[in-house]
Design a protein around this ligand. Structure first.
Ligand code: SDX
Length: 427
């Protein structure tokens, strides 16, 4: 098969190289399209457009496959912990014992957050959405860590990476505790990465911290499942902001804002609000299914559908199983889980959803577990951001190390043609 593609237009013929990835994906390399033909392509939402070559995450939407650096999401969720997966995504290999210990040590050495940052947090109203707080606090971190902006060397980049991996969980915990009116605390660096996060989130000021292994294991697994997902909306945002050589923290702050949207990471909060509305409606799933199919109704079945997966999202399968386990282990009977399962069954048998290959995605069941763990609904997308942090970092690092050019798409102009200026007295 030729490794070239030919475009014919207006009597001209243009040839472009075809590139093949390690999983046999094919792409037409159009780097010379405009200089050769004067034309550009147009592809709203980039449904057919690859932005980069990447060695980090592979997913096959038709087969429901997801792998981080070649390891299946099923294996990693079952056998690894979140810090191992973060190391794998960022540096490309699973760490050995010494590497993992050094990585964790270097992170713990950076776990202090300047006390002045608390003044910024205090300035937010309690009603502020945690994603807006987190995006602002992440951007504010730059001011307290100016050395983290310049990552011209791999060593400087490593220090910037361990700094944000150390400080981000603190900011997430402080964001939740502010909403709950609890004192802001630091964790305990004798604990594991996720256990320390759990303590920072939930330790009550007047009580001893009780280690809740069920909750810690559930959070660890959820963070792994959210850790990366190739060129999704927020990751593409982190990459394009970073392509201007803005620092890592500023790029991450932009990614947090992109993730906030209800069509993206904000869906996990929207799913729970939808399920609660159905419960309040007496469990009338049919009414919401009808709304989701009504073209005149902007309502969509949140937690369903995906730009790439046209099969089950493998993460949804794992999270659905984990929801049963966690609620069972915690002895919680949550009617919302039963409503979710009923809605899933109905949608998977409905022609509209079947025809459009709309399956449950990562956000459909995750909120049920977060709720069982006592995490407020508005914090669900913040938990998604904590999970996605190593993926964003890995993608940003790959983009910088590969020396990718600044992202600057073209357009097709459809506005007014040239016209003479008219004085205001004559308009
Ligand atoms: C995440 O990209 C990633 O990898 C994202 C993510 C990650 O890990 O980073 O996986 C995380 O963002 C998961 C998605 C969470 N979002 C939701 O659950 C929100 C509900 N889903 C939809 O908004 C939608 O499915 C999207 C945004 C996820 C995908 O939208 P697309 O790919 O642009 O698809 P589309 O809007 O072109 O829809 C195709 C058809 C349309 O109908 P027709 O015009 O063909 O008649 O399917 C319909 C849509 O109306 N449709 C839905 C629907 N999703 C798509 N109809 C009802 N309910 C839905 N959820």
């Amino acid at each position: 098969m030729s490794d070239k593609a030919t475009l014919q237009y207006a009597g001209n013929s243009y040839e472009f190289p075809v590139t093949k990835g390690s999983e046999n994906e094919l792409a037409i390399d159009i780097k010379t399209l405009r200089s050769a033909s004067g034309m550009v392509t147009i592809d709203p939402g980039y449904k057919n457009t690859g932005s980069c070559e990447s060695a980090i995450t592979f997913l096959d939407g038709e087969k429901g496959i997801l792998r981080y650096r070649g390891y299946s999401i099923e294996d990693l969720a079952e056998k690894a912990d979140f810090l191992e997966v973060a190391y794998l995504l960022i540096f490309g290999e699973l760490p050995n014992k010494e590497q993992l210990e050094k990585f964790h040590h270097d992170i713990k050495e950076e776990a202090d957050v300047d006390e002045e940052m608390k003044k910024i947090l205090e300035a937010f109203p309690k009603a502020a959405h945690p994603m807006g707080v987190l995006s602002s606090m992440t951007s504010a971190l730059v001011a307290f860590n100016p050395v983290s902006v310049d990552v011209s060397s791999e060593q400087a980049m490593y220090h910037s990476i361990v700094r944000i991996l150390a400080k981000f969980p603190v900011l997430v915990a402080w964001t939740q505790r502010k909403k709950k009116g609890l004192p802001l605390n630091y964790g305990d660096d004798t604990l594991g990465y996720v256990e320390n996060f759990h303590k920072m989130m939930f330790k009550r000021p007047n009580k001893e911290y009780v280690k809740d292994q069920i909750a810690i294991d559930a959070i660890d697994k959820l963070l792994i499942l959210h850790a990366d997902h190739e060129q999704n909306c927020s990751t593409s945002t982190v990459r394009i902001v970073g392509s201007s050589h803005a620092g890592l923290f500023a790029s991450l702050s932009a990614g947090i804002s992109a993730l906030w949207g209800p069509l993206h990471g904000g869906a996990n909060q929207a799913v729970l609000e939808m399920l609660q509305a159905i419960e309040a409606d007496g469990g009338d799933t049919k009414k919401y299914m009808a709304k989701a199919k009504d073209k005149n109704d902007p309502f969509r079945l949140m937690g369903f559908g995906h730009r790439v997966y046209k099969n089950f999202d493998p993460r949804a399968r794992i999270i659905k199983k984990a929801a049963d386990e966690v609620l069972g282990n915690l002895g919680i009977e949550d009617p919302i889980l039963d409503i979710a399962k009923g809605l899933e069954k109905e949608a998977l048998e409905d022609e509209y959803f079947v025809q459009r290959k709309l399956y449950p995605n990562v956000d459909f069941y995750s909120g049920i577990i977060y709720r069982a763990l006592g995490i407020p609904t508005e914090m669900f997308t913040v938990m998604f951001a904590l999970g996605r942090l190593p993926g964003w970092i890995a993608q940003w690092r790959e983009m910088r190390l590969r020396g990718e050019p600044i992202g600057r798409p073209r357009q097709i102009y459809i506005g007014e043609n040239h016209r003479p200026f008219v004085e205001v007295s004559k308009r």
